[in-house]
Design a protein around this ligand. Structure first.
Ligand code: ZN
Length: 534
């Protein structure tokens, strides 16, 4: 039987992966992420899609594919007959899906799960589930942030509104965990615990005993891979027409490169028909490795006088651990925000390798910012830390008095804290990706103003709009480089190669034309894979 793949998003661009695989009377989604670039065509930080109209804004603007039957019914405004309007769209269809395969917890792969019907199971790793839950618990509201549990909506005065928190609990989504045989009670407790005052109607995590699971008539396999967030995986889908492999995001230059190579070998043994393969940075010749980043970061912390600020991507735990090691080696503590502490505790409970328990580890301090109101999860952490390790709970005043004692994990959104800390001197280590659009450049311009105002030294300068003045070695990409992609494709040897999450078609044409059948689907295009055709 043929396999049909529809690439609703995530082709000819970076992120927003939303692919549909249909074979053997089973339909599954391969990621269902937010496309930030497409959203930015219509929205910004202040002009947001309206939650009161549910799916309408996103469907109307084409940010969500018009697939009737897969979305939350409590996000529909029936009297406006939006679905009737959607019928005229070329991509409109009625559809039932049997599950979502979630490769990792980056929002460009997971964000729009928020809009899916709650009963659709999400197949992923334990770490990905835990990160997604921690993100939702610690992020303020947002109807596009309901990847793990939903806040039920009701119609009032013709518009969708959240039901009062005392009346209706959160309703949890169904997550099926593919990399552990049993869910430990501490993780089950974390999963069941709401982050705010609303109660949780928990749907316990379901564990598979093996890295394989049957979804409808399809067998699904998952392999762990190296990426810039823990818990990332690639999937294989066994259909009657052959195997299809989906890489998600991966790389070969982090501490788990061996996992990516093991995935390549095992995928090759399946002699797959199709390989859906990321190609974010094929132009990179020699990638900066995480080991090199650690060496640069450690040297910068050693040289610093006064305060050190470490700015790196959220949930890049490998980078956080590099800064922890650098802080330890120089007799400093790594001061993390409560959000980071919450995530670290959850990852430690989930058994994520190398993640220490911040409560027990003397290397951590907990930075408590001044706030008028705190959520339940924040109060829970502060109370515990004050009870167990009061000397490691620090405020801006504590850091201000002892600036040489800390490496502070801050990012752009924590910059106000500098006004309260009043750094006398010190280093701001920028260990994050370069700006790749105008908004990011404007944020970087503002960041430079803050750094200058407080007489800090910028280390790891990402450079100006032309890349001038760039200080390399302070950031390692999460994505596989050109030679790695060649190794991947030549190892797996698919019949058909489908590049996604990429803006560089020419790399694939140059290297693989004549070796494999190359498919470059357009957004929304439905392609048929049939072994007999290739
Ligand atoms: Zn990613």
């Amino acid at each position: 039987m043929p396999i049909h793949l529809t690439f609703y998003d995530g082709v000819n661009c970076i992120g927003g992966n939303k692919f549909l695989l249909e074979a053997d009377d089973t339909a599954i989604l391969l990621d269902f992420g937010t496309n930030f670039g497409a959203e930015a065509l219509f929205f910004d930080e202040f002009l947001r899609p309206r939650s009161i109209t549910g799916l309408c804004d996103l469907l109307d603007l084409g940010l969500l594919p018009p697939l009737r039957g897969i979305y939350r019914q409590d996000f529909e405004l029936p009297e406006r007959a939006w679905w009737e309007r959607m019928r005229s769209r070329s991509l409109y269809r009625e559809l039932e899906v049997h599950g979502v395969l979630l490769t990792h917890a980056h929002v460009d792969h997971s964000g729009y799960i928020s809009f899916l019907e709650r009963s659709i199971p999400v197949y992923t790793s334990l770490t990905t589930a835990v990160i997604a839950k921690a993100m939702q618990d610690t992020t303020h509201g947002g109807f596009d942030r309901e990847t793990c549990y939903i806040t039920p909506r009701e119609i009032k005065d013709g518009l969708l509104q959240t039901t009062h928190y005392k009346k209706v609990p959160y309703e949890q989504r169904r997550y099926v965990i593919m990399d552990v045989g049993q869910i430990q009670s501490c993780v089950a407790d974390f999963w069941a615990r709401p982050g705010s005052s609303r109660a949780m109607n928990c749907c316990p995590l379901e564990a598979c005993c093996t890295a394989e699971v049957q979804v409808g008539n399809l067998l699904i396999k998952r392999w762990p891979v190296d990426h810039s967030i823990p818990g990332a995986g690639a999937f294989g889908i066994k259909t009657s027409g052959g195997w299809v492999i989906y890489t998600g995001d991966l790389r070969l230059h982090g501490s788990r490169a061996a996992e990516t190579r093991a995935f390549m070998q095992e995928a090759a043994r399946l002699e797959p028909l199709g390989l859906i393969c990321e190609g974010t940075h094929p132009e990179t010749k020699t990638p900066v490795t995480e080991d090199e980043v650690f060496a640069h970061v450690a040297e910068a912390v050693r040289r610093a006088n006064g305060l050190v600020i470490a700015d790196f991507g959220p949930r890049n735990i490998e980078r956080l651990l590099s800064f922890l090691r650098a802080a330890r080696e120089t007799g400093r503590r790594l001061a993390v925000t409560l959000k980071d502490a919450y995530l670290l505790e959850a990852l430690h409970a989930a058994g994520e390798p190398n993640v220490p328990n911040p409560l027990e580890d003397e290397g951590f301090a907990f930075y408590v910012e001044a706030k008028a109101r705190r959520e339940v999860w924040e109060k829970f952490l502060i109370e515990r830390y004050q009870e167990h390790c009061r000397e490691r709970v620090v405020t801006a005043g504590d850091v201000s008095r002892n600036q040489g004692d800390y490496v502070l994990c801050f990012s752009y959104y924590d910059l106000h804290e500098l006004i309260d800390i009043q750094p006398g001197s010190g280093s701001y280590i920028y260990s994050s990706s370069e700006a790749f659009n105008e908004e990011m450049h404007m944020d970087l311009d503002r960041l430079r103003n803050w750094i200058k105002h407080f007489n800090l030294q910028l280390v790891g300068d990402p450079g100006d709009r032309q890349g001038r003045g760039r200080e390399p070695g302070f950031h390692a990409s999460g994505h596989i480089h050109g030679a790695g992609l060649i190794e991947l494709v030549e190892t797996v040897k698919p019949k058909v190669l489908i590049p996604i999450h990429s803006e560089d078609r020419s790399f694939f044409e140059r290297h693989f034309t004549g070796k494999v059948k190359l498919l470059f689907p357009s957004p929304g295009e439905r392609v048929e894979l049939d072994r007999d055709l290739f």
